[in-house]
Design a binder for this molecule. Structure first.
Ligand SMILES: Cc1cc2nc3c(=O)[nH]c(=O)nc-3n(C[C@H](O)[C@H](O)[C@H](O)COP(=O)(O)O)c2cc1C
Length: 175
């Protein structure tokens, strides 16, 4: 099968998921920054943290794929917002659709996991970005809030961990 797990993680939650998935499946996991011969693999499991709608490292990594006709592609997003919220799930999927080739999007199996955040560890740019986003939604009426807004308001300036390794089971079954 020649599979590989590739992850894009800034603060470690996606890396934790990738490492546990690696242990449970016996498939090597590497950061997207260290991927060299992506075309040598025929099953690619990409896990990426969600940053302002984008999936960290995904577009850059997928772009390197030359012939994907015989490849199995699994994309796993790790974000703060609730992945069981259908609107949220559709937003994430639409963002992915805009970031990769249509053919890859259509054949990819996509999963959504929940990560975490520790504001004391955020770099200056990320802290500033979250502050701006928080200020833009904090006074909106409840019915106008998206799942992403709600997750941000609930976790703002805190340390929150939603990581649940049992949610990897659906991905293991797919592999
Ligand atoms: C600057 C910034 C932007 C983010 N944007 C989103 C977002 O659009 N949607 C979401 O669900 N989570 C968002 N998050 C939360 C991250 O996806 C979450 O913290 C995730 O666990 C990060 O993965 P990592 O620890 O592997 O980097 C954001 C976090 C930061 C710091």
């Amino acid at each position: 099968m020649n599979p590989i797990i590739i992850y894009g993680s800034c603060y470690g939650s996606t890396k934790q998921y990738a490492e546990v998935l690696s242990k449970r499946t016996n498939i090597e996991a590497i950061s997207f920054k260290n991927v060299k011969k992506i075309n040598a693999y025929n099953t690619i499991i990409y896990l990426g943290g969600v940053y302002a709608g984008g999936v960290l490292g995904m577009a850059k990594t997928i772009k390197k794929l030359k012939d994907f006709s015989n490849k199995k592609i699994i994309i796993v997003t790790v974000g703060l917002s609730d992945p069981t919220d259908e609107v949220n799930k559709n937003n994430i999927r639409n963002n992915i659709k805009n970031q990769i080739q249509k053919e890859i999007f259509e054949k990819a199996k996509i999963f959504h996991l929940r990560g975490g955040i520790d504001y004391s560890k955020l770099n200056f740019a990320h802290k500033t970005m979250m502050k701006l986003l928080y200020n833009s939604v904090k006074n909106l009426p409840e019915e106008k809030l998206t799942a992403e807004d709600r997750a941000m308001i609930e976790t703002y300036n805190k340390k929150i961990d939603f990581i649940d390794f049992s949610s990897l089971e659906q991905i293991i079954s797919e592999i």
